[in-house]
Design a protein around this ligand. Structure first.
Ligand SMILES: [Zn+2]
Length: 604
Protein backbone atom coordinates (compact mmCIF):
# COMPACT_ATOMS: atom_id res chain seq x y z
CA UNK A 1 0.00 0.00 0.00
CA UNK A 2 1.30 3.50 -0.76
CA UNK A 3 2.43 5.40 2.30
CA UNK A 4 -0.18 7.93 3.45
CA UNK A 5 2.66 10.41 3.97
CA UNK A 6 4.45 9.34 0.81
CA UNK A 7 6.06 11.40 -1.89
CA UNK A 8 2.90 11.91 -3.94
CA UNK A 9 0.97 13.31 -1.00
CA UNK A 10 3.81 15.67 -0.03
CA UNK A 11 4.09 16.90 -3.62
CA UNK A 12 0.36 17.42 -3.80
CA UNK A 13 0.14 19.35 -0.54
CA UNK A 14 2.91 21.65 -1.66
CA UNK A 15 1.30 22.04 -5.12
CA UNK A 16 -1.99 23.19 -3.59
CA UNK A 17 -0.22 25.77 -1.41
CA UNK A 18 1.69 27.07 -4.46
CA UNK A 19 -1.45 27.08 -6.62
CA UNK A 20 -3.38 29.00 -3.98
CA UNK A 21 -0.63 31.57 -3.64
CA UNK A 22 -0.40 32.03 -7.41
CA UNK A 23 -4.14 32.30 -8.04
CA UNK A 24 -4.84 34.66 -5.14
CA UNK A 25 -1.83 36.93 -5.55
CA UNK A 26 -1.27 36.92 -9.32
CA UNK A 27 -4.82 36.45 -10.60
CA UNK A 28 -6.95 38.07 -7.88
CA UNK A 29 -8.82 34.78 -7.45
CA UNK A 30 -10.83 33.87 -4.36
CA UNK A 31 -10.59 30.41 -2.81
CA UNK A 32 -13.97 28.64 -2.67
CA UNK A 33 -15.16 26.55 0.23
CA UNK A 34 -16.68 23.18 -0.65
CA UNK A 35 -20.23 24.43 -0.30
CA UNK A 36 -19.48 27.17 -2.83
CA UNK A 37 -18.54 24.66 -5.54
CA UNK A 38 -20.85 24.61 -8.57
CA UNK A 39 -23.36 21.72 -8.60
CA UNK A 40 -21.78 18.32 -9.39
CA UNK A 41 -18.26 19.71 -9.08
CA UNK A 42 -17.85 18.79 -5.41
CA UNK A 43 -17.93 15.12 -6.43
CA UNK A 44 -15.12 15.45 -8.95
CA UNK A 45 -12.78 18.06 -7.51
CA UNK A 46 -11.09 18.84 -4.21
CA UNK A 47 -10.12 22.53 -4.46
CA UNK A 48 -11.51 25.51 -6.34
CA UNK A 49 -11.05 29.24 -6.90
CA UNK A 50 -13.04 31.89 -8.70
CA UNK A 51 -11.87 34.94 -10.60
CA UNK A 52 -13.33 37.68 -12.78
CA UNK A 53 -11.88 38.74 -16.06
CA UNK A 54 -12.75 41.42 -18.52
CA UNK A 55 -13.30 40.67 -22.20
CA UNK A 56 -14.15 43.01 -25.08
CA UNK A 57 -17.84 42.57 -24.33
CA UNK A 58 -18.24 42.10 -20.60
CA UNK A 59 -16.85 40.86 -17.31
CA UNK A 60 -17.12 37.09 -16.86
CA UNK A 61 -16.65 34.81 -13.87
CA UNK A 62 -14.48 31.73 -14.20
CA UNK A 63 -13.98 28.97 -11.65
CA UNK A 64 -10.82 26.88 -11.51
CA UNK A 65 -11.03 23.33 -10.19
CA UNK A 66 -8.33 20.83 -9.35
CA UNK A 67 -8.82 17.16 -8.52
CA UNK A 68 -7.08 14.66 -6.30
CA UNK A 69 -4.57 13.85 -9.05
CA UNK A 70 -3.22 17.44 -9.29
CA UNK A 71 -0.38 18.36 -10.08
CA UNK A 72 -0.25 15.30 -12.36
CA UNK A 73 -3.46 16.31 -14.16
CA UNK A 74 -4.55 19.65 -15.58
CA UNK A 75 -6.92 22.02 -13.79
CA UNK A 76 -10.45 22.40 -15.18
CA UNK A 77 -12.22 25.66 -15.91
CA UNK A 78 -15.90 26.36 -15.44
CA UNK A 79 -17.34 29.43 -17.13
CA UNK A 80 -20.23 30.82 -15.07
CA UNK A 81 -21.40 33.64 -17.35
CA UNK A 82 -21.95 31.90 -20.64
CA UNK A 83 -24.50 31.64 -23.45
CA UNK A 84 -26.82 28.60 -23.79
CA UNK A 85 -25.24 25.20 -24.48
CA UNK A 86 -24.05 24.72 -28.09
CA UNK A 87 -23.78 28.45 -28.79
CA UNK A 88 -20.02 28.29 -28.40
CA UNK A 89 -17.87 25.27 -29.18
CA UNK A 90 -15.67 23.59 -26.57
CA UNK A 91 -18.01 24.15 -23.63
CA UNK A 92 -19.77 21.21 -22.02
CA UNK A 93 -23.39 21.47 -20.99
CA UNK A 94 -22.32 21.99 -17.35
CA UNK A 95 -20.04 24.88 -18.31
CA UNK A 96 -16.65 23.13 -18.18
CA UNK A 97 -14.31 24.30 -20.92
CA UNK A 98 -12.73 21.65 -23.17
CA UNK A 99 -9.17 22.82 -23.57
CA UNK A 100 -6.68 21.04 -25.77
CA UNK A 101 -4.81 18.76 -23.42
CA UNK A 102 -2.71 16.68 -25.74
CA UNK A 103 0.31 18.32 -24.10
CA UNK A 104 1.76 16.67 -21.01
CA UNK A 105 2.66 18.09 -17.64
CA UNK A 106 6.42 18.47 -17.77
CA UNK A 107 7.00 20.05 -14.35
CA UNK A 108 4.53 18.90 -11.71
CA UNK A 109 6.71 20.63 -9.11
CA UNK A 110 5.79 24.00 -10.66
CA UNK A 111 1.98 24.23 -10.36
CA UNK A 112 1.94 27.97 -11.02
CA UNK A 113 3.37 27.29 -14.45
CA UNK A 114 0.67 24.68 -15.19
CA UNK A 115 -2.10 26.98 -13.99
CA UNK A 116 -0.73 30.00 -15.86
CA UNK A 117 -0.53 28.17 -19.19
CA UNK A 118 -3.98 26.66 -18.93
CA UNK A 119 -5.59 29.84 -17.62
CA UNK A 120 -4.23 31.70 -20.64
CA UNK A 121 -5.74 29.04 -22.96
CA UNK A 122 -9.10 29.29 -21.17
CA UNK A 123 -9.26 33.08 -21.49
CA UNK A 124 -8.27 32.93 -25.15
CA UNK A 125 -10.98 30.38 -25.85
CA UNK A 126 -13.64 32.56 -24.25
CA UNK A 127 -12.50 35.66 -26.14
CA UNK A 128 -12.42 33.85 -29.49
CA UNK A 129 -15.84 32.36 -28.83
CA UNK A 130 -17.31 35.78 -28.00
CA UNK A 131 -16.41 37.11 -31.44
CA UNK A 132 -17.50 33.83 -33.08
CA UNK A 133 -14.04 33.20 -34.45
CA UNK A 134 -14.17 29.45 -33.81
CA UNK A 135 -17.65 28.50 -35.06
CA UNK A 136 -16.08 26.21 -37.66
CA UNK A 137 -14.92 23.98 -34.79
CA UNK A 138 -18.55 22.85 -34.56
CA UNK A 139 -18.08 21.36 -38.04
CA UNK A 140 -14.57 19.96 -37.53
CA UNK A 141 -15.74 18.13 -34.43
CA UNK A 142 -19.31 17.52 -35.58
CA UNK A 143 -19.90 14.36 -33.57
CA UNK A 144 -18.78 15.96 -30.30
CA UNK A 145 -21.76 18.32 -30.58
CA UNK A 146 -24.49 16.51 -32.55
CA UNK A 147 -24.13 13.45 -30.31
CA UNK A 148 -24.60 15.42 -27.07
CA UNK A 149 -27.42 17.77 -28.09
CA UNK A 150 -30.41 17.90 -25.74
CA UNK A 151 -33.38 15.79 -26.81
CA UNK A 152 -31.33 13.28 -28.82
CA UNK A 153 -33.26 10.03 -29.30
CA UNK A 154 -32.29 6.92 -27.32
CA UNK A 155 -32.34 4.96 -30.57
CA UNK A 156 -28.95 4.86 -32.23
CA UNK A 157 -28.27 4.16 -35.88
CA UNK A 158 -25.45 1.83 -36.92
CA UNK A 159 -24.20 2.65 -40.39
CA UNK A 160 -22.73 0.25 -42.93
CA UNK A 161 -22.97 2.96 -45.59
CA UNK A 162 -20.13 4.05 -47.80
CA UNK A 163 -19.46 7.32 -46.03
CA UNK A 164 -19.47 9.52 -49.11
CA UNK A 165 -21.87 11.36 -51.38
CA UNK A 166 -23.98 11.56 -53.40
CA UNK A 167 -27.49 11.78 -51.96
CA UNK A 168 -29.34 8.52 -52.55
CA UNK A 169 -31.85 5.98 -51.31
CA UNK A 170 -30.46 3.44 -48.86
CA UNK A 171 -32.02 0.72 -46.66
CA UNK A 172 -32.73 0.72 -42.94
CA UNK A 173 -33.63 -2.05 -40.53
CA UNK A 174 -35.81 -0.65 -37.75
CA UNK A 175 -34.88 -1.76 -34.25
CA UNK A 176 -36.12 -0.69 -30.85
CA UNK A 177 -32.80 0.43 -29.45
CA UNK A 178 -30.70 0.51 -32.60
CA UNK A 179 -31.50 0.71 -36.27
CA UNK A 180 -29.07 -0.39 -38.96
CA UNK A 181 -28.60 1.41 -42.24
CA UNK A 182 -26.73 0.12 -45.29
CA UNK A 183 -26.50 0.33 -49.05
CA UNK A 184 -28.68 -2.74 -49.67
CA UNK A 185 -31.18 -4.92 -47.83
CA UNK A 186 -28.88 -7.91 -48.21
CA UNK A 187 -25.92 -6.10 -46.64
CA UNK A 188 -27.98 -4.97 -43.65
CA UNK A 189 -29.69 -8.31 -42.96
CA UNK A 190 -26.49 -10.36 -43.32
CA UNK A 191 -24.72 -8.04 -40.89
CA UNK A 192 -27.53 -8.42 -38.36
CA UNK A 193 -27.61 -12.21 -38.70
CA UNK A 194 -23.83 -12.45 -38.41
CA UNK A 195 -23.85 -10.41 -35.23
CA UNK A 196 -27.03 -11.55 -33.47
CA UNK A 197 -27.89 -14.90 -35.08
CA UNK A 198 -30.57 -15.81 -37.58
CA UNK A 199 -33.60 -14.24 -35.89
CA UNK A 200 -37.04 -13.93 -37.48
CA UNK A 201 -37.09 -10.14 -37.12
CA UNK A 202 -34.15 -9.85 -39.51
CA UNK A 203 -36.41 -10.38 -42.50
CA UNK A 204 -36.87 -6.98 -44.10
CA UNK A 205 -35.60 -3.45 -44.36
CA UNK A 206 -37.27 -0.17 -45.30
CA UNK A 207 -36.26 2.55 -47.67
CA UNK A 208 -34.30 5.44 -46.15
CA UNK A 209 -32.92 8.63 -47.66
CA UNK A 210 -29.30 9.74 -47.43
CA UNK A 211 -28.85 13.49 -47.93
CA UNK A 212 -25.22 14.38 -48.55
CA UNK A 213 -24.86 17.98 -47.43
CA UNK A 214 -22.28 20.48 -48.63
CA UNK A 215 -20.79 20.71 -45.12
CA UNK A 216 -21.42 19.51 -41.55
CA UNK A 217 -24.20 21.32 -39.73
CA UNK A 218 -23.53 23.80 -36.94
CA UNK A 219 -25.90 23.54 -33.94
CA UNK A 220 -28.09 26.44 -35.08
CA UNK A 221 -28.81 24.40 -38.25
CA UNK A 222 -29.70 21.13 -36.50
CA UNK A 223 -33.18 20.39 -37.87
CA UNK A 224 -35.86 20.26 -35.20
CA UNK A 225 -38.92 20.12 -37.47
CA UNK A 226 -39.71 18.32 -40.74
CA UNK A 227 -39.92 21.77 -42.37
CA UNK A 228 -36.34 22.51 -41.35
CA UNK A 229 -35.25 19.22 -42.85
CA UNK A 230 -36.96 20.05 -46.16
CA UNK A 231 -35.13 23.39 -46.08
CA UNK A 232 -31.82 21.51 -45.72
CA UNK A 233 -32.71 19.20 -48.61
CA UNK A 234 -33.63 22.17 -50.81
CA UNK A 235 -30.05 23.46 -50.48
CA UNK A 236 -28.91 20.39 -52.42
CA UNK A 237 -29.09 19.92 -56.16
CA UNK A 238 -31.95 17.50 -56.74
CA UNK A 239 -32.58 17.33 -52.99
CA UNK A 240 -36.25 18.29 -53.10
CA UNK A 241 -37.01 15.79 -55.87
CA UNK A 242 -35.30 13.04 -53.88
CA UNK A 243 -37.34 13.84 -50.76
CA UNK A 244 -40.59 13.92 -52.77
CA UNK A 245 -39.80 10.54 -54.31
CA UNK A 246 -38.83 9.14 -50.94
CA UNK A 247 -42.03 10.27 -49.27
CA UNK A 248 -44.13 8.75 -52.06
CA UNK A 249 -42.28 5.40 -52.02
CA UNK A 250 -41.38 5.09 -48.36
CA UNK A 251 -43.53 4.96 -45.28
CA UNK A 252 -43.34 6.42 -41.79
CA UNK A 253 -41.20 6.61 -39.83
CA UNK A 254 -39.19 8.31 -42.56
CA UNK A 255 -35.47 7.81 -41.91
CA UNK A 256 -33.13 10.50 -43.19
CA UNK A 257 -29.37 10.07 -42.87
CA UNK A 258 -27.43 13.33 -43.08
CA UNK A 259 -23.88 13.02 -44.33
CA UNK A 260 -21.14 15.56 -45.03
CA UNK A 261 -17.40 15.77 -45.49
CA UNK A 262 -15.50 17.67 -42.84
CA UNK A 263 -11.82 18.58 -42.48
CA UNK A 264 -11.46 15.55 -40.24
CA UNK A 265 -13.36 13.05 -42.38
CA UNK A 266 -16.98 12.23 -43.14
CA UNK A 267 -19.70 12.90 -40.54
CA UNK A 268 -23.07 11.15 -40.24
CA UNK A 269 -26.25 11.98 -38.37
CA UNK A 270 -29.86 10.84 -38.62
CA UNK A 271 -33.39 12.10 -38.12
CA UNK A 272 -36.69 10.27 -38.36
CA UNK A 273 -40.11 11.68 -38.91
CA UNK A 274 -43.26 10.08 -37.59
CA UNK A 275 -46.25 11.33 -39.55
CA UNK A 276 -49.65 9.98 -40.44
CA UNK A 277 -49.50 7.72 -43.50
CA UNK A 278 -51.41 8.81 -46.57
CA UNK A 279 -54.86 7.46 -47.04
CA UNK A 280 -55.38 6.34 -50.62
CA UNK A 281 -59.15 6.41 -50.31
CA UNK A 282 -59.13 10.20 -50.16
CA UNK A 283 -58.53 10.75 -53.82
CA UNK A 284 -55.31 11.40 -55.66
CA UNK A 285 -52.16 11.50 -53.56
CA UNK A 286 -49.41 13.71 -54.93
CA UNK A 287 -45.86 13.91 -53.65
CA UNK A 288 -46.50 17.52 -52.61
CA UNK A 289 -49.52 16.58 -50.54
CA UNK A 290 -47.53 13.76 -49.02
CA UNK A 291 -44.61 16.07 -48.13
CA UNK A 292 -47.15 18.47 -46.61
CA UNK A 293 -48.52 15.61 -44.55
CA UNK A 294 -45.01 14.68 -43.44
CA UNK A 295 -44.54 18.28 -42.31
CA UNK A 296 -47.99 18.58 -40.72
CA UNK A 297 -48.55 19.78 -37.20
CA UNK A 298 -49.07 16.29 -35.79
CA UNK A 299 -45.85 14.95 -37.36
CA UNK A 300 -43.07 14.31 -34.86
CA UNK A 301 -39.38 14.27 -35.51
CA UNK A 302 -36.38 13.18 -33.53
CA UNK A 303 -32.66 13.31 -34.05
CA UNK A 304 -30.34 10.32 -33.67
CA UNK A 305 -26.68 9.59 -33.28
CA UNK A 306 -25.06 7.53 -36.04
CA UNK A 307 -22.24 5.13 -35.29
CA UNK A 308 -20.20 3.86 -38.21
CA UNK A 309 -19.78 0.07 -38.32
CA UNK A 310 -18.63 -0.22 -41.95
CA UNK A 311 -15.37 -1.95 -42.90
CA UNK A 312 -13.51 1.29 -43.66
CA UNK A 313 -14.26 2.55 -40.16
CA UNK A 314 -13.71 -0.69 -38.25
CA UNK A 315 -10.35 -1.30 -39.91
CA UNK A 316 -8.49 1.97 -39.48
CA UNK A 317 -11.11 4.66 -38.67
CA UNK A 318 -11.38 5.54 -42.33
CA UNK A 319 -7.64 6.21 -42.68
CA UNK A 320 -6.30 2.82 -43.88
CA UNK A 321 -5.41 3.32 -47.56
CA UNK A 322 -5.47 -0.47 -48.17
CA UNK A 323 -9.01 -1.20 -47.00
CA UNK A 324 -10.60 -0.85 -50.41
CA UNK A 325 -8.20 -3.55 -51.70
CA UNK A 326 -8.35 -5.96 -48.76
CA UNK A 327 -12.15 -5.98 -48.52
CA UNK A 328 -12.30 -7.54 -52.01
CA UNK A 329 -9.83 -10.34 -51.22
CA UNK A 330 -10.63 -14.00 -50.56
CA UNK A 331 -8.14 -16.04 -48.56
CA UNK A 332 -8.43 -19.78 -47.89
CA UNK A 333 -6.67 -20.97 -44.74
CA UNK A 334 -6.00 -24.67 -44.39
CA UNK A 335 -5.19 -25.75 -40.86
CA UNK A 336 -6.84 -23.89 -37.99
CA UNK A 337 -4.36 -24.81 -35.28
CA UNK A 338 -2.05 -22.70 -33.18
CA UNK A 339 -0.62 -20.87 -36.21
CA UNK A 340 -3.45 -21.03 -38.78
CA UNK A 341 -6.15 -19.84 -36.37
CA UNK A 342 -4.33 -16.70 -35.16
CA UNK A 343 -3.30 -15.92 -38.75
CA UNK A 344 -6.98 -16.14 -39.74
CA UNK A 345 -7.85 -13.86 -36.83
CA UNK A 346 -5.18 -11.33 -37.82
CA UNK A 347 -6.38 -11.31 -41.42
CA UNK A 348 -9.95 -10.70 -40.25
CA UNK A 349 -8.73 -7.87 -38.04
CA UNK A 350 -6.86 -6.46 -41.03
CA UNK A 351 -10.08 -6.36 -43.03
CA UNK A 352 -9.68 -9.19 -45.55
CA UNK A 353 -13.22 -9.39 -46.92
CA UNK A 354 -13.67 -13.13 -47.32
CA UNK A 355 -12.07 -16.03 -45.44
CA UNK A 356 -12.57 -19.77 -45.89
CA UNK A 357 -11.22 -21.89 -43.03
CA UNK A 358 -10.49 -25.59 -43.54
CA UNK A 359 -9.76 -28.09 -40.77
CA UNK A 360 -11.18 -31.49 -39.76
CA UNK A 361 -9.94 -31.56 -36.17
CA UNK A 362 -11.75 -30.80 -32.94
CA UNK A 363 -10.55 -28.32 -30.33
CA UNK A 364 -9.22 -30.01 -27.21
CA UNK A 365 -8.35 -28.66 -23.76
CA UNK A 366 -4.66 -28.96 -24.62
CA UNK A 367 -5.19 -26.60 -27.61
CA UNK A 368 -6.78 -23.83 -25.55
CA UNK A 369 -3.44 -22.50 -24.23
CA UNK A 370 -2.35 -21.39 -27.69
CA UNK A 371 -5.48 -20.91 -29.73
CA UNK A 372 -7.82 -17.91 -30.12
CA UNK A 373 -10.76 -20.15 -29.21
CA UNK A 374 -11.09 -20.88 -25.50
CA UNK A 375 -12.73 -23.46 -23.28
CA UNK A 376 -16.27 -22.80 -24.47
CA UNK A 377 -15.34 -24.27 -27.86
CA UNK A 378 -13.66 -27.46 -26.60
CA UNK A 379 -15.03 -30.48 -28.47
CA UNK A 380 -16.20 -28.39 -31.42
CA UNK A 381 -14.74 -28.57 -34.92
CA UNK A 382 -11.98 -25.96 -35.14
CA UNK A 383 -12.90 -24.74 -38.63
CA UNK A 384 -16.60 -24.29 -37.88
CA UNK A 385 -16.12 -22.83 -34.40
CA UNK A 386 -13.41 -20.41 -35.55
CA UNK A 387 -15.46 -19.24 -38.51
CA UNK A 388 -18.48 -18.62 -36.27
CA UNK A 389 -16.34 -16.83 -33.69
CA UNK A 390 -14.71 -14.55 -36.26
CA UNK A 391 -17.93 -14.00 -38.19
CA UNK A 392 -19.72 -12.78 -35.08
CA UNK A 393 -16.87 -10.42 -34.23
CA UNK A 394 -16.46 -9.07 -37.76
CA UNK A 395 -20.04 -9.14 -39.03
CA UNK A 396 -19.23 -7.04 -42.10
CA UNK A 397 -16.82 -9.72 -43.40
CA UNK A 398 -17.75 -13.06 -44.96
CA UNK A 399 -16.22 -16.04 -43.11
CA UNK A 400 -16.99 -19.68 -43.79
CA UNK A 401 -15.68 -22.86 -42.14
CA UNK A 402 -15.23 -26.21 -43.90
CA UNK A 403 -14.96 -29.33 -41.76
CA UNK A 404 -12.75 -31.40 -44.02
CA UNK A 405 -9.21 -32.36 -44.93
CA UNK A 406 -7.41 -29.92 -47.16
CA UNK A 407 -7.02 -32.43 -50.00
CA UNK A 408 -10.72 -33.24 -50.26
CA UNK A 409 -11.82 -29.67 -49.54
CA UNK A 410 -9.74 -28.47 -52.47
CA UNK A 411 -10.93 -31.21 -54.85
CA UNK A 412 -13.86 -29.25 -56.20
CA UNK A 413 -11.26 -26.59 -56.91
CA UNK A 414 -13.63 -24.57 -59.02
CA UNK A 415 -15.20 -23.39 -55.79
CA UNK A 416 -12.01 -21.43 -55.15
CA UNK A 417 -12.02 -19.71 -58.49
CA UNK A 418 -12.21 -16.31 -56.80
CA UNK A 419 -9.53 -17.15 -54.26
CA UNK A 420 -6.61 -14.73 -54.04
CA UNK A 421 -4.39 -16.76 -51.72
CA UNK A 422 -4.30 -20.17 -50.05
CA UNK A 423 -2.47 -20.30 -46.73
CA UNK A 424 -1.35 -23.77 -45.76
CA UNK A 425 -0.77 -23.96 -42.01
CA UNK A 426 -1.39 -27.67 -41.59
CA UNK A 427 2.22 -28.36 -40.49
CA UNK A 428 1.71 -31.71 -42.20
CA UNK A 429 4.11 -32.72 -44.95
CA UNK A 430 1.58 -35.04 -46.57
CA UNK A 431 -0.98 -32.33 -47.26
CA UNK A 432 1.68 -29.72 -48.06
CA UNK A 433 3.18 -32.05 -50.66
CA UNK A 434 -0.19 -32.76 -52.31
CA UNK A 435 -1.03 -29.08 -52.42
CA UNK A 436 2.36 -28.32 -53.96
CA UNK A 437 1.85 -30.92 -56.70
CA UNK A 438 -1.58 -29.48 -57.52
CA UNK A 439 -0.05 -26.01 -57.66
CA UNK A 440 2.82 -27.05 -59.95
CA UNK A 441 0.38 -28.90 -62.20
CA UNK A 442 -1.60 -25.68 -62.59
CA UNK A 443 -4.72 -27.07 -60.91
CA UNK A 444 -4.71 -24.30 -58.34
CA UNK A 445 -4.96 -20.93 -59.98
CA UNK A 446 -3.79 -18.70 -57.13
CA UNK A 447 -0.66 -18.17 -55.03
CA UNK A 448 0.01 -20.34 -51.98
CA UNK A 449 1.70 -19.43 -48.73
CA UNK A 450 3.06 -22.24 -46.55
CA UNK A 451 3.86 -21.58 -42.91
CA UNK A 452 5.33 -23.72 -40.17
CA UNK A 453 7.42 -23.51 -37.01
CA UNK A 454 10.63 -25.26 -36.07
CA UNK A 455 11.21 -27.11 -32.79
CA UNK A 456 10.10 -25.24 -29.65
CA UNK A 457 8.85 -22.51 -31.99
CA UNK A 458 12.39 -21.09 -31.82
CA UNK A 459 12.07 -20.19 -35.49
CA UNK A 460 9.25 -19.91 -38.02
CA UNK A 461 8.89 -19.86 -41.78
CA UNK A 462 6.48 -18.45 -44.33
CA UNK A 463 7.01 -19.29 -47.99
CA UNK A 464 5.01 -17.44 -50.60
CA UNK A 465 4.81 -19.01 -54.05
CA UNK A 466 3.12 -16.91 -56.74
CA UNK A 467 0.77 -18.42 -59.28
CA UNK A 468 3.41 -19.20 -61.92
CA UNK A 469 6.30 -19.61 -59.55
CA UNK A 470 9.72 -20.58 -60.93
CA UNK A 471 10.26 -22.72 -57.83
CA UNK A 472 7.96 -24.91 -55.80
CA UNK A 473 7.74 -25.91 -52.15
CA UNK A 474 9.61 -29.15 -52.81
CA UNK A 475 12.58 -27.20 -54.19
CA UNK A 476 13.55 -26.28 -50.64
CA UNK A 477 12.78 -29.67 -49.04
CA UNK A 478 14.16 -33.16 -49.25
CA UNK A 479 11.87 -36.06 -50.15
CA UNK A 480 11.14 -36.80 -46.49
CA UNK A 481 9.88 -33.29 -45.93
CA UNK A 482 12.97 -31.88 -44.23
CA UNK A 483 13.48 -28.15 -44.83
CA UNK A 484 16.92 -27.48 -46.34
CA UNK A 485 17.09 -24.10 -44.62
CA UNK A 486 16.44 -24.90 -40.99
CA UNK A 487 17.36 -22.11 -38.64
CA UNK A 488 17.86 -24.17 -35.49
CA UNK A 489 19.55 -27.52 -34.90
CA UNK A 490 19.03 -29.86 -31.98
CA UNK A 491 21.29 -32.46 -30.39
CA UNK A 492 20.17 -36.00 -31.22
CA UNK A 493 19.24 -36.71 -27.59
CA UNK A 494 16.85 -33.75 -27.25
CA UNK A 495 13.80 -34.39 -29.37
CA UNK A 496 11.79 -31.30 -30.25
CA UNK A 497 8.58 -33.26 -30.07
CA UNK A 498 7.17 -34.70 -26.86
CA UNK A 499 4.66 -37.48 -26.44
CA UNK A 500 1.32 -37.44 -24.73
CA UNK A 501 0.35 -40.64 -22.95
CA UNK A 502 -1.65 -41.77 -25.97
CA UNK A 503 -0.94 -43.61 -29.18
CA UNK A 504 0.52 -41.34 -31.88
CA UNK A 505 -0.11 -38.23 -29.78
CA UNK A 506 2.91 -36.05 -30.45
CA UNK A 507 3.02 -32.37 -29.68
CA UNK A 508 5.53 -29.54 -29.80
CA UNK A 509 6.26 -28.03 -26.41
CA UNK A 510 6.00 -24.24 -26.59
CA UNK A 511 3.72 -21.48 -25.48
CA UNK A 512 1.63 -18.95 -27.32
CA UNK A 513 4.20 -16.14 -26.90
CA UNK A 514 6.82 -18.20 -28.75
CA UNK A 515 4.43 -18.49 -31.70
CA UNK A 516 3.97 -14.74 -32.11
CA UNK A 517 6.96 -14.32 -34.43
CA UNK A 518 5.74 -17.02 -36.81
CA UNK A 519 2.18 -15.68 -36.77
CA UNK A 520 3.52 -12.20 -37.53
CA UNK A 521 5.65 -13.25 -40.53
CA UNK A 522 2.89 -15.46 -41.98
CA UNK A 523 0.29 -12.70 -41.65
CA UNK A 524 2.54 -9.89 -42.89
CA UNK A 525 3.73 -11.87 -45.92
CA UNK A 526 0.10 -12.78 -46.71
CA UNK A 527 -0.92 -9.12 -46.56
CA UNK A 528 2.11 -8.07 -48.62
CA UNK A 529 1.12 -10.57 -51.30
CA UNK A 530 -2.51 -9.37 -51.31
CA UNK A 531 -1.49 -5.74 -51.58
CA UNK A 532 1.69 -5.73 -53.65
CA UNK A 533 1.31 -8.48 -56.26
CA UNK A 534 4.62 -10.21 -55.38
CA UNK A 535 5.96 -12.13 -58.38
CA UNK A 536 8.99 -13.85 -56.80
CA UNK A 537 8.95 -16.88 -54.53
CA UNK A 538 9.59 -15.30 -51.12
CA UNK A 539 10.79 -16.92 -47.92
CA UNK A 540 10.19 -14.88 -44.75
CA UNK A 541 11.99 -16.22 -41.70
CA UNK A 542 11.56 -15.47 -38.04
CA UNK A 543 14.44 -16.47 -35.76
CA UNK A 544 13.49 -16.21 -32.10
CA UNK A 545 15.76 -14.79 -29.39
CA UNK A 546 19.04 -16.59 -28.74
CA UNK A 547 18.21 -16.98 -25.03
CA UNK A 548 15.05 -18.92 -25.86
CA UNK A 549 16.96 -21.19 -28.24
CA UNK A 550 19.68 -21.90 -25.66
CA UNK A 551 17.14 -22.52 -22.92
CA UNK A 552 15.49 -25.13 -25.12
CA UNK A 553 18.87 -26.77 -25.76
CA UNK A 554 19.25 -25.83 -29.44
CA UNK A 555 21.83 -23.97 -31.52
CA UNK A 556 21.75 -21.96 -34.74
CA UNK A 557 22.40 -23.92 -37.92
CA UNK A 558 25.41 -23.07 -40.09
CA UNK A 559 23.15 -22.27 -43.01
CA UNK A 560 21.30 -19.67 -40.90
CA UNK A 561 24.44 -18.19 -39.33
CA UNK A 562 26.04 -17.69 -42.74
CA UNK A 563 28.33 -14.67 -42.58
CA UNK A 564 25.87 -12.30 -40.90
CA UNK A 565 26.83 -11.59 -37.27
CA UNK A 566 23.28 -10.34 -36.51
CA UNK A 567 21.93 -13.84 -37.10
CA UNK A 568 23.72 -15.18 -34.03
CA UNK A 569 21.66 -12.97 -31.71
CA UNK A 570 18.32 -14.03 -33.13
CA UNK A 571 15.10 -12.04 -32.57
CA UNK A 572 15.23 -11.13 -36.24
CA UNK A 573 12.98 -11.29 -39.28
CA UNK A 574 14.44 -11.66 -42.74
CA UNK A 575 13.34 -12.19 -46.33
CA UNK A 576 15.20 -14.30 -48.86
CA UNK A 577 14.28 -15.76 -52.20
CA UNK A 578 12.91 -19.29 -52.01
CA UNK A 579 15.47 -21.35 -53.98
CA UNK A 580 14.82 -22.91 -57.35
CA UNK A 581 16.07 -26.50 -57.62
CA UNK A 582 16.56 -27.60 -61.21
CA UNK A 583 16.59 -31.22 -60.09
CA UNK A 584 13.41 -30.81 -58.05
CA UNK A 585 11.39 -34.04 -58.31
CA UNK A 586 8.15 -32.04 -58.58
CA UNK A 587 8.76 -28.91 -60.65
CA UNK A 588 12.11 -30.00 -62.18
CA UNK A 589 10.27 -32.78 -63.95
CA UNK A 590 8.56 -30.24 -66.16
CA UNK A 591 11.97 -29.44 -67.63
CA UNK A 592 13.56 -32.89 -67.42
CA UNK A 593 10.95 -35.69 -67.10
CA UNK A 594 13.60 -38.44 -66.76
CA UNK A 595 15.11 -36.92 -63.61
CA UNK A 596 12.29 -37.69 -61.25
CA UNK A 597 10.80 -40.51 -59.30
CA UNK A 598 7.78 -38.34 -58.57
CA UNK A 599 6.96 -37.50 -62.15
CA UNK A 600 3.52 -35.99 -62.48
CA UNK A 601 1.70 -37.96 -65.19
CA UNK A 602 0.87 -35.83 -68.16
CA UNK A 603 -2.82 -35.05 -68.60
CA UNK A 604 -5.04 -36.67 -71.19
ZN1 LIG B 1 10.33 -27.61 -57.15
Amino acid sequence: MPNANGIVLRLREKAIIDADLYLREQCNAVRLSNNEFAPEMEKRFTDAWELRFETQQTVRRLQIYIGSDFPFSFPKFLLLDRPPFLTWPHIEENGLLCLVDDDRIAKPDQPAGILGTKLKQALELVCRSEIEENQSDFQKEFHSYWDVQPGLSNVKVCSLLRAKGQSRFVRVWLGEIQSVVGESEREVLIWLRNLFGDKPQFDRTERACLLWLDGPLVPSEYPTTPDALIQLASRLKGGCELVHKFVMKGKPPYYFILGADSESGPCLAAVRIFSPQHDNRKGKVTSSSQVMRMCSADAKMDRMEVERVDAEWVHGRGHDPYQHILRKKHVVIAGCGSVGAPVAQQLAMSGVGKLTLIDYDRLSWANVGRHPLGAQYVGKKKSIALSEFLQMNYPHLSIKGIDDRLESALMPSLEYGDCDLIICATADWGSERVLNMQHVAGEIGCPILYTWTEGHACAGHAVFLPKNSASCLQCGFDLGGKNQFEVAIWPPDSPTERREPACGAVFQPYGSVDLMGTIAIATSLSLDSLLKDIQTATHRIWAGPLSRLQEAGGAWSDVWLGNDPRHGLGAIQEDRTWPQNFDCPVCGVQKNPQSSTLAIPARG
